[in-house]
Design a protein around this ligand. Structure first.
Ligand SMILES: [Zn+2]
Length: 329
């Protein structure tokens, strides 16, 4: 089924910013290389500005924002900027639309940065990339804003609250994919308490009900995201699906429909550069049935008996497209 695809997360920018000889157009280098995106009929790809928590995190983030800008400007035959105009004329588009997000607010300021520095870096990055598809406060670890996936018991800190206040009303969703459970709870509470205008999403997360992993969403959080009109991008990494059963990918996708998140579920494959990853137990990172962005048509084919035509469309692009059209109109 060759539907257009929206994918909510890949790490092409950090690959281009950090790996010597990295080429966005080399399919043997990374599973979200542009030829794979074209093959999979990806119409909109979110590209994360990813940094871990370290002193030079803002420099690395700025480098990725510059790479993002050049990427679509220098390759306008295959790539386009997926801003509001691109989404308005969705049916006419032929290129791969790209849009940036921020994965780890350490990219706005390291642990010692003053608040003026953080705001100024936020504004500069935003003006460079046009729109943020979302912001994730943390990655796996803890930072000044809150606790990541692997930091149980660390929630939303004062700086995290301050950043949420600063994001509010700017049409930028907050992403729960890398929060500890306590941080997710803190984000929901702070948004409600302060009546902040911030949509909540999970850009690249699976369901803990299907595979018990701290990177996956509890049904409670998934339902809350759906209830608030957010979206949930299902992740293709073997570690978060089920390390032994490739077809579990379909169970995760269908679980979204089963729990009432049928207008929220979408793709968030999470393709990144695997060449320098220290943890050998993660290999292979992806099962062959979802090993690169060229696999979307066959993934949709596999769901043909479980989903009707409209549901397949919602999953492939409709839910994410609706979400951003509404947000940016
Ligand atoms: Zn991630």
């Amino acid at each position: 089924m060759n539907l257009p695809i929206v994918d909510m997360h890949c790490d092409l920018l950090s690959f281009l910013a950090t790996v010597p000889g990295a080429n966005a157009f080399a399919p043997d280098q990374i599973a979200c290389a542009v030829p794979w995106l074209v093959k999979g009929n990806v119409r909109m790809q979110v590209m994360a500005i990813y940094t871990d928590v370290r002193p030079e995190s803002t420099i690395l983030a700025s480098r990725q924002a510059a790479i993002f800008q050049r990427l679509w400007e220098d390759n306008s035959n295959s790539l386009a900027y997926a801003g509001p105009e691109f989404l308005e004329n969705w049916e006419k588009q032929t290129q791969v639309g790209i849009i940036a997000s921020v994965e780890n607010a350490a990219g706005f300021g390291n642990e010692n940065a003053g608040w003026n520095e953080i705001q100024s870096q936020f504004d500069t990055l935003l003006s460079q990339v046009g729109k943020f598809a979302y912001i994730s406060l943390t990655h796996h670890t803890e930072n000044r804003f809150g606790g990541g996936n692997y930091t149980d018991g660390i929630g939303l800190k004062d700086d995290g609250k301050r950043l949420l206040d600063y994001m509010a009303g700017k049409q930028i969703p907050i992403d729960l994919s890398h929060t500890s459970d306590l941080l997710a709870e803190g984000i929901f509470n702070h948004i409600d308490l302060q009546k902040l205008e911030i949509p909540v999403i999970a850009s690249h997360s699976n369901f803990r009900f299907i595979w018990n992993h701290r990177r996956n969403l509890t049904d409670e959080f998934a339902k809350e995201i759906a209830h608030r009109g957010g979206i949930i991008g299902v992740n293709f990494l073997r570690a978060f699906l089920d390390t032994d059963v490739p077809e579990r990918l379909f169970d995760h996708l269908l679980h979204g429909f089963a729990i009432g998140a049928e207008k929220s579920v979408c793709f968030g494959a999470d393709f990144f550069y695997t060449g320098n990853f220290p943890d050998q137990s993660r290999i292979p990172f992806y099962f062959p049935l979802a090993e690169n962005a060229g696999k979307y048509p066959s993934i949709l084919d596999n769901l043909e008996t479980d989903l009707d035509k409209n549901q397949s469309k919602d999953l492939a692009y409709g839910n994410a497209l609706n979400f951003y059209r509404k947000l940016w109109s």
